[in-house]
Design a protein around this ligand. Sequence first.
Ligand SMILES: *Cc1c(COP(=O)(O)O)cnc(C)c1O
Length: 351
Amino acid sequence: MKVIDLRSDTVTLPTPAMRQAMYEAECGDDVWGEDPTVGRLERMAAQVTGKEAAVFVVSGTMGNLTAVLSWCGRGDEAIVGDQAHVFLNEAGGASALGGVAYHTAPNDERGRLAPRDVEAAIRADNIHYPRTGLVCLENTHNRCSGAVLTPQDTRAVAEVAHRHGIPVHLDGARLFNAAVYLGIPARELTKDVDSVSFCLSKGLCAPIGSLLCGSGEFIRKARRIRKMLGGGMRQVGVIAAAGIVALEAMVDRLAEDHQNAHRLAVGLAGIPGIRLDPERVQTNIVIFQWKLGLAPELIAGLGQRGVKASYMGGDQVRMVTHHGVTAQDIEDALTVAADVAQSFRAAGVSR
Ligand SMILES: *Cc1c(COP(=O)(O)O)cnc(C)c1O
């Protein structure tokens, strides 16, 4: 049986060009700053995000954690969206390891924070209050169906934060999906933030790695934090080489994932029992509600027919398109989804 794996774009495999580049990578001890391939990747990342410097980290989680610990001290608060990955999906690292409290503000359907909510969350200078150390944004927004923040959305929040002297970090795990959707360079989406992390290991297909980018001074601090977290790596050019291929060859093709996700969303929306608004699907993440039973049962039924989806809690199911999924796979997945949904309806009637 053919398997169509729509659980996440993290399931993407390194391409043949990546494996070749990994084989040939020039290496050195990166903790000593002597790995030329890592250096090249870091310079590329800084350039593409319009920042002075960048540091290669193990994961998006480590990139965000390193950023929060670099900006905030113990007892500080970080203002984050209540649907943010950094709040929901990173094991509370900033609190556990940095003594930083998360202060949530509501994300709207499109993953935005309202500037007035951010302003209300910023603490006044008063000995009773914690200090606000950071504001975090997320683009694209994982929990909000891959929604894209525009440069205007980002600037509106950054203006408020900066007026209060507070830096802004962007969790740009899927930054390039946003840039490709808007048809603008990634640096347009990062110019108003003080630091940004992005993942090589999702839609860009590299096996591992993220980059944290910011000013030279910020990145010097972040390197110390990365070392503290155990993320100082040695001959890691073997991995960085795949990341270079990811940035050079895998960004523009994200448009194909977006087309496939849109087709998937339109098809799913036509299946009785499934609720979603295809117009909300901007990039490669489709989240729908299953109304005729339990979502985990639907996911199990799809899985038996070779279509893998992930559970998002409540009645929500997530499907993500990526390099390993073709337009034909989407048509096949829709046929399976229609069949499985129909079988649930038939069982519901007979019950
Ligand atoms: C995946 C993801 C991360 C974390 O990346 P890992 O490499 O899995 O640690 C951070 N933020 C967002 C929005 C993500 O989707």
